[in-house]
Design a protein around this ligand. Structure first.
Ligand code: AFP
Length: 313
């Protein structure tokens, strides 16, 4: 006999219950919940945007905003008067936005819709959020208290960490985020590699590193979306994502504040590492909103191996 609805709900742990059981501070629980819920509105906007591809305009005849800008509008409006957010820094904004009365507890960083150029190909994309207890112009290890990302794929999933492990939730048909796996732990060494940038632009020491992984039989997994590519390494419990320094761009492509710090926070909580190939990401002081740096993120073995190749040891 199938389990009745009561039996089913007995085993379902939703996001709010999980954070409460995990001892996450009340305002932080409410903030993470509010951000996760915002993902539903962004998902709706992604589906709506398909009309834009057909050249539709909004009811005022205005060209609809690009998806990442409208995602930013959604996050900003949701968080601006939440009572928890003092400052909102976004990849879509030129400056940090002061929110509310100025005495709120948290400082937010957002890449509202990373990989938006992939929407037309129907590949997965995502939102990346960092939550800080003080100004974001600091080392992530000092200022960050939580991070989360939402993946808009065949399912909408959300991974968060508030400093006590990394946990994945799936948005179910009822519109609730229900726990799919908690305390996700990366193996010491994986078998996937996700190499960003063009091979012809790599520096010699990076090329040697990648060739070493290939000689060891690592499987190439690269979608061009940072969120799904990182999510694959986390959910498959091992491997390495890298977007290295390139000959013409020595700082690589990805942004320290909006993309790398939140993912480094989550991956470290899952027992992995994240470095520039020299310094750990969470030890890097954020000097500017658009600061970029090379990234090696995933299982400890692969990240430390990269440091050996890049330092020539
Ligand atoms: P878009 O947001 O312009 O699609 O770029 C996505 C991204 O910032 C990140 O999500 C990917 O990891 C990286 O760029 C892919 O870059 P390449 O297209 O150079 O591989």
């Amino acid at each position: 006999m199938g389990e009745g609805i009561n039996d089913y709900t007995r085993y379902v742990v939703d996001l709010r219950r999980h954070m409460w059981m995990g001892g996450v501070e009340t305002d932080l629980r409410r903030l993470i919940w509010q951000i996760a819920v915002t993902g539903k509105y962004i998902s709706a906007r992604i589906h709506e945007s398909n009309r834009k591809l057909a050249g539709f305009k909004n009811i005022y005849g205005e060209e609809q905003l690009s998806l990442d800008r409208s995602a930013d509008d959604i996050f900003k409006s949701q968080l601006q008067f939440s009572g928890f957010v003092r400052e909102y820094a976004s990849e879509e904004q030129d400056a940090v936005i002061s929110c509310g009365k100025g005495d709120e507890k948290y400082f937010i960083t957002a890449d509202p819709l990373d990989g938006s150029s992939l929407v037309e190909t129907n590949l997965a994309i995502g939102s990346i959020i960092g939550i800080h207890k003080e100004s974001v112009f600091a080392e992530g290890r000092k200022s960050m208290v939580a991070a989360l990302y939402i993946t808009y794929g065949p399912l909408i999933t959300m991974v968060y960490s508030a400093g006590k492990g990394a946990h994945e939730f799936v948005l179910n048909r009822e519109g609730e985020y229900v726990l799919s796996q908690e305390n996700i732990t990366l193996k010491e060494r994986g078998s996937l590699y996700s190499p960003g940038g063009l091979r012809k632009d790599w520096l010699p020491e990076h090329l040697k590193y990648v060739e070493c992984l290939e000689a060891e039989g690592y499987k190439l997994r690269y979608s061009g979306g940072f969120v799904p590519d990182i999510n694959q390494i986390l959910i498959k419990k091992g491997g390495i994502f890298t977007y290295p320094a390139l000959q013409k761009s020595p700082r690589g492509k990805l942004r320290l504040l909006f993309e790398l710090q939140p993912m480094a926070f989550i991956i470290e909580q899952a027992g992995g590492k994240a470095s520039t190939g020299k310094d750990y990401i969470l030890d890097m002081k954020v000097e500017a909103l658009d600061q970029r740096c090379p990234i090696y993120i995933g299982s400890r073995f692969e990240v430390e191996k990269a440091k050996e190749f890049l330092s020539g040891t």
